[in-house]
Design a binder for this molecule. Structure first.
Ligand SMILES: *[C@@H]1O[C@H](CO)[C@@H](O)[C@H](O)[C@H]1NC(C)=O
Ligand SMILES: *[C@@H]1O[C@H](CO)[C@@H](O)[C@H](O)[C@H]1NC(C)=O
Ligand SMILES: *[C@@H]1O[C@H](CO)[C@@H](O)[C@H](O)[C@H]1NC(C)=O
Ligand SMILES: *[C@@H]1O[C@H](CO)[C@@H](O)[C@H](O)[C@H]1NC(C)=O
Ligand SMILES: *[C@@H]1O[C@H](CO)[C@@H](O)[C@H](O)[C@H]1NC(C)=O
Ligand SMILES: *[C@@H]1O[C@H](CO)[C@@H](O)[C@H](O)[C@H]1NC(C)=O
Ligand SMILES: *[C@@H]1O[C@H](CO)[C@@H](O)[C@H](O)[C@H]1NC(C)=O
Length: 418
């Protein structure tokens, strides 16, 4: 959530939060409420189901002091509503969730910038179309709130929106979209999460997303996406740092334009059917910290250009058909990647050879999984140099000999299988 911090800090500059956790405005503020906005909030409350009386403070004249309501302390306008359900892990016998109807009286809050209704239970209702008319919104969080049906394309009118969270991972209902061309209208968007929103028919998804030059975080796992364009004329995504397309149905080679997104810090493509070899071009993605390509159909070698990734912390190529001799590994780990790598997962591939000559080079390694390969020979004494190592999996290979005494030096080691 590092990307949210500037925005939240920015909000705090203007607002006094009135949630449970942060006490209300500093005493001097004389912001109490604008009457018409108070009425709009009361209408909203009247439509909502609130079995646990979370909105019991929503009474009296001073609406800026109500739970979850924040006003601009200069103008007195309501600028934020935060009704995120905070009780996920509390006593499950109590129904803490808000539900019911989200009334259109919200439209009377003309200065609203921030709306969070996440983790509530709207019982399979559709997302109200009129949310698309709340054009002052910069932050909209409807994640895991049990909405279902088609996402209204009217959301495309929210041209000031910077954060849109429709994550439905924990929802029992199907939220979907036939096309998401409307997204391309959200030119201020920095953060988009549509985890577990069915986009099987949204064949335009990439072009919609590629029109968003400020996009920094994109989460589209479990969306039943299957097509990714092999070639495009121009990649617009020059701010993209996090790209999660895992758990989809992609069945192609990695497109070349992917390697033009040099801002990428985290790339997760695991659990698809991507095939072909892992391109050398990864070596040019100097910002990469996390590269997850596991559970695909990649073949060929681990590209030696990985050695240039001086920020790479996590490399997961597990459950592919990567083969070749470990002889290339001393070469790979002669590069600066050896100083950054913390997790190396090559489980369940077809790698052959010995561990000697490279294992001791990975000075920051905490997790090593080389199980289910074709490795043979002894476990080298250099394993004793991996002082950060916590977990090592070497099972289902043909390693032999005894564990080297040096393994006794590994003070953090908790688990080893061989
Ligand atoms: C509004 O509140 C913020 C944070 O509490 C404070 O720094 C600022 O001075 C206040 N502005 C006015 C006009 O009261
Ligand atoms: C939306 O709310 C959920 C909790 O309900 C939170 O985990 C998530 O980070 C929020 N999204 C954004 C963009 O702030
Ligand atoms: C919102 O966008 C739709 C197109 O998706 C358009 O037809 C409609 O007029 C817009 N509504 C408002 C209030 O701007
Ligand atoms: C795009 O946004 C403009 C306002 O900025 C609006 O007039 C138009 O209807 C929107 N289009 C879609 C498809 O939402
Ligand atoms: C890239 O973004 C700009 C600005 O939003 C837009 O005008 C252009 O059409 C986009 N290019 C593509 C290929 O979507
Ligand atoms: C990728 O980058 C290269 C070199 O900068 C450029 O020539 C090419 O047009 C870019 N491709 C796309 C699809 O943006
Ligand atoms: C390990 O296996 C190799 C054959 O792969 C064999 O030559 C060697 O003697 C074995 N070493 C030990 C210690 O069992």
């Amino acid at each position: 959530m590092a990307n949210l911090r500037p925005f939240v800090a920015f909000l705090f500059g203007y607002l006094c939060f009135t949630t449970n956790s942060i006490s209300r405005c500093n005493g001097e503020s004389n912001v109490r409420c604008i009457q018409s906005e108070r009425l709009a909030l009361l209408k909203l409350k009247a439509g909502l189901k609130d079995p646990h009386h979370l909105l019991s403070s929503w009474t009296g004249a001073y609406c800026c002091e109500w739970t979850g309501v924040s006003c601009d302390n200069k103008t007195g306008h309501v600028i934020a509503i935060d009704l995120r359900c905070q009780h996920l892990y509390d006593d499950p016998s109590t129904d803490w969730h808000l539900g019911g109807e989200i009334g259109s009286s919200l439209l009377d809050l003309k200065h609203l910038k921030y709306l969070d209704l996440s983790s509530n239970n709207f019982g399979g209702r559709s997302i109200p179309q009129y949310i698309g008319s709340m054009t002052g919104l910069r932050y909209l969080n409807l994640s895991n709130a049990a909405f279902s049906g088609r996402i209204p394309h009217q959301l495309g009118n929210l041209s000031n929106l910077e954060y849109l969270d429709l994550n439905s991972f924990y929802s029992l209902y199907d939220l979907n979209a036939d096309g998401i061309q409307w997204l391309s209208n959200l030119s201020s968007l920095r953060y988009l999460d549509m985890t577990w929103v069915t986009l099987a028919k949204a064949s335009d998804w990439f072009h919609a997303v590629n029109a968003l030059p400020s996009l920094s975080v994109l989460h589209l796992p479990f969306c039943r996406l299957s097509n990714i364009p092999a070639a495009i004329s121009h990649v617009n995504l020059s701010s993209l740092a996090t790209l999660d397309l895992s758990n989809n149905e992609f069945d192609s080679r990695l497109p070349e334009w992917l390697f033009n997104i040099s801002s990428l810090v985290e790339l997760n493509l695991q659990f698809n059917h991507f095939h072909g070899s892992i391109p050398d071009a990864f070596g040019s993605m100097a910002s990469l910290e996390v590269l997850q390509l596991g559970i695909n159909d990649f073949v060929g070698l681990v590209p030696s250009t990985i050695k240039y990734l001086c920020n790479l912390r996590i490399l997961d190529l597990s459950s592919n058909k990567i083969d070749g001799e470990m002889m290339v590994f001393p070469e790979i780990f002669s590069g600066c990647v050896r100083e950054s790598l913390e997790v190396l997962n090559l489980r369940s591939n077809e790698l052959r050879g010995k561990l000697a000559g490279w294992l001791g080079l990975l000075e920051r390694l905490t997790i090593l999984d080389l199980s289910e390969n074709l490795l043979y020979g002894p476990i080298p004494a250099s394993i004793g140099e991996l002082s950060a190592l916590k977990t090592i999996f070497l099972d289902h290979n043909q390693l032999n000999g005894t564990l080297p005494v040096s393994i006794g030096q590994l003070q953090n080691l908790k688990k080893i299988t061989s």
